[in-house]
Design a protein around this ligand. Sequence first.
Ligand code: PPY
Length: 293
Amino acid sequence: MIIAVLGPKGSYSEKAAMQWLAENGSEEGYILEYCDDIQDVFSSLATGSAKIGITPVENSIEGSVGVTLDMLFEHDVSIIAETVVAIEHCLLSRGRKKDIRIILSHPQGLAQCRQFLKDHFKGVELRTTGSTSHAAKLATEFEEMAAIASRESAQMYGLEVLVPSIQDREQNHTRFLIMIRSGDAAAGSQYPAENPAVKKGIYTGKTSMIVGLDRDRPGALYEILEEFACRKINLTRIESRPSKRALGDYVFYIDLEGHISDDIIKDAIYNIESKVGMLKMLGSYPMFKNNHL
Ligand SMILES: O=C(O)C(=O)Cc1ccccc1
């Protein structure tokens, strides 16, 4: 089974993949395909090159990963799981701190360390890369380059950790989605919609969807949310994103507690379908639970 993640080796997406496989007790029989960026992870799923794709979707400091949200809208994928990874960014380089002229990272890495960069590297050029591990790999080439990436990347690419734990808040977590191509039974069969673990109550189910309202009018969003509220369905996230059709036109990304195999969830969605212009189900899957977070 091929799993597409952000590459090269040492990315947080790779960490997410290993963590998710360990959580499921299936660390063997998987091959990682390292992609240049988030779009390529989705393309890899679309072409069938990989059966599973893993990308970051949300960070506790910086918020949503817009590209992943956009790709979820554009591609026929189903979310089969989520996992949350603790992120410790470090400043890595071959050179010395005073010689650093360029700092590289994934846009999320730069954003999560914004204050650190302002306080210690004002005026230094910031460059974005497809992943933090790509930044680390590039930083091996010149002494005046540094990367914001994980401690593991330092080891992997032979860089020094100049400054550890540089994110703007000590607590830093990123949620990753584990996805398959919609209807890809071969990859999905291990994690079926009727997930027995969810049924047994070991996991709480989570359901994700994208909703587009038919037209802008008072109360349109309220009417959707009412279908959840009246059934005591808890939303864990709601986020608007430009529909890209016109300025001020939005779609809503909604996550809620409950599995599509639960009657009340089915019922709520059935009622919502007649009220919206567009409803795209992204999947029902076990909610990530870790008491240490
Ligand atoms: O670039 C990576 O390593 C990723 O997996 C994306 C990312 C970047 C920064 C924080 C969390 C995830």
